[in-house]
Design a protein around this ligand. Structure first.
Ligand code: SAM
Ligand code: SF4
Length: 331
């Protein structure tokens, strides 16, 4: 198979791999971490740095070009800067991003940039400190300091992500758009996926992307953007430019956008070495036996088996029951 032809059976090119490096987190987001969650993986069950680098070498040989380090909170992983450098050094890795809550970014942004990290996506669900704390349990000022440090570090792209929740943070939409526009960062709004915390969030908290766009249209002209022209994004997000504000707004409408899955180009590896062809499908393929006992051909076979079973669409609208919460899957 040529390095550029890795495709699911239906023809979707799959060239983007998300690597979860830990299931631990220093925040407790309402939509991600179950109350009192105790299902932490043991250290022995967690991929080592060498195993992560090896699986990236195999993946790059197969045609994966874009990578994102995620978690849990990836900055909690020991030696994260060194691991980032090692992944970036793998031949065939063309883009390496990271998703972080930003809490520890103030000190680490510069070293990560020097290690080769191309960009960061920082979760920012509110600019009001009380609302931010209610959603994440965390301290907004540390995240804002982390974003400032990321801006100073000179990343190619810094994106800000907000999960929309009715009755929780919809009043933050415009403040977030203006904050991001002032820093020339895309602000992305994500529909709440049924991944966890049903005790505190349910369907009544769902806030559709279409309603968010109406809020923007009430004050500005919202113009669809051709992604390739602006060289933004590697995933299924769509983008809009606001005429007056100049803001770039991304939308991730996993629940309401009918052709969302048609644009899916990714697979995920959990911190305990399970390959997931789809976030919204419990199907997993275990890379561990191949990484710990086998050779590279065995690792390749696990990738190809997972690719062959990549679901056509997620099952969020059906009776999807996450076997593990988002923090343990890797966002
Ligand atoms: N800790 C990092 C962070 O918060 O960015 C990385 C991991 S987090 C699981 C990755 C992304 O998943 C975040 O942007 C987060 O907002 C998103 N996410 C988590 N749970 C979600 C849910 N139930 N619905 C939609 N997005 C979710
Ligand atoms: Fe932690 Fe990120 Fe999940 Fe929030 S979204 S609990 S910061 S892993």
């Amino acid at each position: 198979m040529s390095a550029t032809s890795l495709a699911a059976p239906d023809g979707r090119v799959v060239d983007y791999l998300r690597l979860s490096v830990t299931d631990r987190c220093n925040e407790r987001c309402l939509y991600c971490m179950p109350e009192g969650y105790k299902g932490w993986q043991s250290r022995e069950d967690t991929l080592t740095d060498d195993e992560i680098v090896r699986l990236v070498q195999v993946a790059a040989g197969l045609g994966f070009r874009k990578y994102r380090i995620t978690g849990g909170e990836p900055l909690l992983r020991r030696n994260i800067v060194d691991l980032t450098r090692r992944i970036w050094d793998v031949p065939g890795v063309e883009m390496l991003g990271m998703s972080t809550n930003g809490v520890m970014l103030e000190k680490l942004a510069g070293p990560l940039r020097q290690a080769g990290l191309c960009g960061v996506n920082v979760s920012l669900d509110a600019l009001n400190p009380e609302i931010y704390h209610r959603v994440t349990g965390g301290d907004l000022s540390r995240v804002l300091a982390g974003i400032d440090a990321a801006l100073a570090a000179g990343f190619e792209r810094i994106k800000l992500n907000c999960v929309l929740m009715r009755g929780v943070n919809e009043q933050e939409i415009w403040p977030l758009v203006e904050y991001a526009a002032a820093r020339d960062c895309p602000m992305r709004f994500i529909e709440l996926m049924p991944l966890t915390r049903r005790d505190v969030l349910d369907e009544s908290n769902f806030f559709p992307i279409a309603e968010m766009l109406e809020i923007l249209r009430a004050q500005d002209e919202v113009i669809p953007v051709e992604k390739d022209k602006e060289k933004i994004g590697n995933g299924p997000a769509r983008y809009y430019r606001l005429k007056k504000t100049g803001a770039l707004v991304g939308v991730i409408g996993a629940l309401t956008e009918t052709c969302f899955c048609d644009r899916c180009n990714k697979m995920r590896v959990t911190a305990d070495g399970k390959l997931r062809p789809c976030l919204g499908d419990a199907l997993e393929f275990d890379l561990m036996p191949a990484l710990r006992g086998g050779n590279d051909a065995d690792v390749t076979n696990v990738f190809l088996a997972a690719l062959a079973k990549k679901p056509l669409a997620h099952g969020f609208k059906d009776v999807y029951q996450p076997a593990r919460p988002m923090t343990a899957i890797g966002g």
